[in-house]
Design a protein around this ligand. Structure first.
Ligand SMILES: [Zn+2]
Length: 244
């Protein structure tokens, strides 16, 4: 059933896949999926979409926020099941195509906890195609009116968010985590290539003054997104400006 007929046309749907969230955005021609979950998540993805009246065959586009395996791991399996256009930033697209992670932080710069986490992170994904490479501010009006790409580098060089101004909702990959339910935190250092850049990307996210925020890890925020992003910036010594 086309998603619009299922009565979900103005919502961003959080699709839990296990370790990382995917998101589904009903579009005039079907559904845009943002991320796919890790390897082996296709069944969960299918089940979660079905609960919203969406079949895999409704998926017209897949936006990959960044080339980490817990976000791209089921892309290859998804492409065996349907035929969407796959969109990713030019800097992360090569890693999606090879099924590898972009470089993580230098282990010498990490504390013991992060070094241990880094050692556990050697998983890889099946290689998958990317059809369209995008960059910052690129319009994606086919997804929603005014929708555009927001480059949020730092966690990976080519991490992108998807800004949906018609509902003031930002899907932002792992630009921050929402694992502590009362506040946001920066992404784990072990899996982040440049933490200074990651902090600048939080400033960029806050400058959009979103109401809602969909992150890869932890429940989405449907309000107070800008307040919580600004609190995160202040905790890391940044003074949010009027526009952030
Ligand atoms: Zn990540």
């Amino acid at each position: 059933m086309p998603a619009q007929q299922a009565g979900v046309s103005t919502r961003v749907l959080a699709i839990p896949t296990g370790l990382a969230n995917a998101y589904a955005i009903p579009s005039p021609d079907g559904v845009t999926l943002v991320d796919t979950g890790g390897p082996g998540c296709l069944g969960r993805l299918r089940g979660a979409l079905r609960r919203h009246g969406i079949a895999l065959s409704d998926v017209r586009r897949v936006v990959i926020t960044h080339a980490h395996v817990d976000h791209t791991g089921s892309l290859a399996a998804l492409l065996d099941a349907c035929d969407p256009v796959v969109i990713a930033h030019a800097l992360d697209a090569p890693f999606v195509r090879t099924g590898t992670n972009p470089p993580f932080a230098e282990p010498t710069s990490l504390g013991m906890f992060d070094r241990l986490m880094a050692r556990l992170s050697s998983a890889s994904a099946a290689p998958a195609r990317v059809d369209r490479e995008v960059d910052h501010d690129e319009p994606l009006d086919e997804i929603a009116p005014g929708a555009r790409v927001v480059h949020l580098p730092g966690h990976t060089p080519g991490q992108i968010g998807l800004w949906l101004p018609d509902r003031r909702f930002l899907i932002a990959g792992d630009a921050a985590h929402h694992l502590l339910l009362w506040r946001l935190s920066l992404p784990f250092a072990a899996f982040t290539s440049d933490m200074e850049q990651a902090l600048a990307s939080v400033e960029r996210a806050a400058s959009l003054t979103p109401l809602g925020l969909g992150l890869g890890h932890g429940p989405p925020l449907h309000s107070l997104a800008t307040t919580k992003l600004r609190q995160l910036l202040r905790r890391h010594g940044r003074v949010p400006t009027a526009s952030s």
